[in-house]
Design a protein around this ligand. Sequence first.
Ligand code: BG6
Length: 489
Amino acid sequence: KENPTSLIVIFGATGDLAKRKLYQSLYRLYKNGSISKNFAVVGVARRPLTNEDFRANVAKSVNGAASGNADVEEFSSHFYYQPFDVTSSESYQQLKSLSSSLDQEYQTNGNRMFYLAMAPEFFGTIASNLKAEGLTDTTGFKRLVIEKPFGHSLPTAKELNEEIRGAFHESEIYRIDHYLGKEMVQNIEVIRFANALFEPLWNNRYISNIQITSSEVLGVEDRGRYYENSGALRDMVQNHMLQMVALLAMEPPIKLNPEEIRSEKVKVLRALRQIDQSEVDQYFVRGQYSAGMIEEERVPGYREENSVDPASNTETYVAGKLVIDNFRWAGVPIYIRTGKRMSSKSTKVVVQFKDIPMNLYYNRGEKVDPNLLVIHIQPDEGITLHLNAKKSGKDITTTPIKLDYSNNCIDGINTPEAYERLIFDAMRGDMTNFTHWDEVALSWSFIDQVSKAWESTTAEDFPNYEAGSVGPKKADELLKRDGFHWWNV
Ligand code: BG6
């Protein structure tokens, strides 16, 4: 197949995401020959910039990523800038004529990808204007790539969806969840479905519980305004965490195509037990960080961050117990936890297998450890299998051992690799690693119950964990009640 080509219009071209991820990712795709040289990028944003200024910014973003940057200049010559007002017809008309001439100049076959990497309140306006002003009338494909947050609740997500569906068909909408672009998140499916060893055990007969942790050291940085309205539940759980749950719990798809994979994920989300607002405390724990020490530096508490209400009720930590009501998972809790200002940056999945039926090896009265399969998502990438073996010596007692596989990983944290894959997939029309509307809707309907319960009550104990710690104590009790504990392995 030929390398894909397109005109790419980036809304929010001066924004953080574009600067930190998108330009570098495009550069890598360009550099390793994944995309055709017939591409052009139009950056739009409010601020007035010339093409030259913009290209200089792009080159600056890219230089950090590039070793040997001889062709950075050639690369950035594909970039054009247009100051833009998302509500003005004139802006769209200008963009339309610039797009047509770039279609010609770069022979992009009329393919157009509109990437919305900006404030979500304008997503709907932009999509409908793109259609109304004729930018979507093109001879090639038209695709909308849209960043999170996709709505704030089910009703707002529906509203947004209707607005964009007026201009783009579901098969043209690429909703980004950057976790789906991560190497080891993509590996979940392969580990499960390419090994005779795991899939037969991947059910409630052999697995006792699954734990998914995504902890961050960073606080809310300069995103206080956004975060106050979002909190960890909407920021991480509605999307990234539930997507990982779906990948871990789905049935094997009959084929590895986007429709089949996404439809299996949808089934998991449909089987996810809805929690009633009145029961939220039995299933979820919320936390907020206070000031504390991180890497020997004192950092402020959440309530002292910029643009944060000094009496904020917003959670920066969530732990939850999810229940999937289907044959495979009945009786197997899936625990999730995610938080900011934790002691380490780490995302991993721990699958805990059931205890052996009878223990022959009491190690001085202690039980043998259960088998664990750990999928390290970041910063380490790899898998570890925790087993038991004979402890060397005269006595027949056991000792835990580990089988380790580590991807030869470049620092996986927030690297552009995830974006690189996702942009490439969007250009070649592979929707597998983008979220379908049905997934988004089901996730929100689950999350909405929890957020309604939390928003209607004040968290009296906030702040309830110190920056640099492992989170609130209550998160331990959540598992203890079921006879489990978090594995910090
Ligand atoms: C984003 C959230 O979606 O994911 C951020 O908005 C969070 O708050 C980030 O920091 C985490 O991504 P990663 O790739 O660093 O785990």
